[in-house]
Design a protein. Structure first.
Length: 399
């Protein structure tokens, strides 16, 4: 078993991309897993959207459809989906996952399998489904040791059986970047005829994701992190399992023929085919859609293997150094390049480390026992060195 994104031999061909962003000099923003800085082109697209609505006579019926069609096409290309009609526009990951939960049939005695400690948007929907339908929520805990990706994947696979309705997972764990072997988990879900739902928020846009290989029934991504988009808009892929489903809302745009504004009150019984029925109401947001479109164009301009190689290249010295300081780190093969946790030794006061990091303008997140570091192509080795300085300094004092 292995994860396919790590290729330690690949040399980065990407150069630093900070010029595409407006990050202030002197700040070390290693926190894209919290939210991405917005690329300049995306900011411009947002301002353009605000200005269009300031004088709306220039907004025509076509404009309700054009950008979101392009967004679907770009996202489908990014994830290798067969058609843009497989992509829905969602306001949040929680919405995309609630859509899945709404469209699964549960019977008493069945079960739901989730990896422990996932982001709440991929947990609460399942807790609620378990409570409402009287099914068992199987939360799969990781092994105690820090190098846990392979064994955790095995445990998830072993938890799936013929009574499993849905397996909810993610390519990388949001707290520390532990990778899961989604192809292996997906194969097990298919063997058991369970739906396979992936929260791609902390991976898609930063590392390659191929729907054809992973074969999820649904893939849901908030847009404001690695997709480089604005807040309050995300994207979801729904496979054929959900073709006949019922959306959370009953918006006009979800119905067949909704592009003919003169006939909107010829009410339709049929939804649009594919995933379009799952779009959020007012999906044609004239500010957010152009921003998301520009963001996806930027993401697609990079080869995501190169993004991973770039992140590995600027962090490679960090790992030996932090291990010497007593931090636990996942193995190279089971750790994402763009998101990883440094598990501090018990003696370290993480709140004190946080204060010192803030003072040095190093932005990372504390999640559980891990310092979560999430670099991107606007970072360079000096950002990582600033982080290491603080850790050395602090752990040195603390030891
Ligand atoms: C893995 C993961 N999923 C989803 C989200 C965001 O969820 P939502 O869009 O429902 O707010 C986050 C935010 O940190 C996350 O880390």
């Amino acid at each position: 078993m292995s994860v396919s994104y790590y290729d330690g031999r690949r040399r980065t061909v990407l150069t630093n991309q900070k010029h595409l962003f407006s990050l202030p000099d002197g700040e070390h923003y290693l926190n894209c897993a919290y939210m991405s800085p917005t690329p300049k082109t995306v900011v411009e697209a947002g301002i353009g959207g605000i200005m269009r609505k300031a004088a709306p006579s220039g907004i025509h019926a076509d404009d309700f459809f054009r950008d979101n069609e392009t967004v679907r096409q770009l996202f489908a290309r990014l994830i290798g989906a067969s058609a843009p009609e497989r992509v829905a526009i969602v306001p949040a990951a929680s919405y995309g996952i609630a859509t899945v939960a709404r469209n699964l049939a549960f019977a008493r005695g069945q079960n739901i399998v989730v990896a422990d400690g996932q982001f709440p948007s991929n947990v609460y929907a399942w807790r609620e489904a378990a409570r409402r339908h009287g099914v068992d929520l199987r939360t799969v805990t990781p092994p105690e040791h820090v190098q846990r990706g392979e064994e955790w994947t095995t445990r998830v696979i072993e938890a799936v059986d013929s009574e499993t309705v849905v397996v909810a997972s993610a390519p990388v764990h949001w707290t520390d970047g532990t990778c899961f072997d989604l192809e292996a988990i997906g194969a097990r879900a298919r063997d058991c005829d369970a739906a396979f739902v992936v929260d791609g928020t902390q991976a898609v846009g930063a590392m390659p994701f191929d729907v054809a290989r992973v074969q999820p029934d649904a893939l849901v991504c908030a847009g404001y992190k690695w997709l480089l988009g604005p807040y309050s808009v995300g994207l979801a892929y729904y496979g054929p399992r959900f073709d006949g489903g019922i959306p959370l809302e009953e918006g006009w745009a979800a119905r067949r023929g909704s592009d003919d504004f003169r006939r909107l009150i010829d009410y339709q019984d049929d939804y649009h085919p594919g995933a379009l029925r799952y779009d959020v109401g007012e999906r044609s947001n004239f500010v957010l859609m152009p921003m998301l479109l520009a963001a996806l164009e930027q993401v697609l301009a990079w080869d995501l293997q190169d993004v991973q190689a770039y992140c590995h290249a600027i962090t490679t010295d960090l790992f030996d150094a932090v291990r010497d300081l007593g931090f636990g780190v996942e193995s190279d093969e089971w750790r994402a390049g763009h998101l990883f946790g440094l598990h501090a030794p018990a003696r370290v006061d993480l709140e004190a480390v946080k204060r010192q990091l803030q003072a040095r303008k190093v932005s990372v997140s504390l999640r559980g026992s891990a310092i979560r570091v999430s670099p991107h192509v606007y970072n360079d080795a000096s950002d990582v060195a600033a982080l290491l300085d603080v850790l050395r300094d602090h752990v040195g004092h603390d030891a």
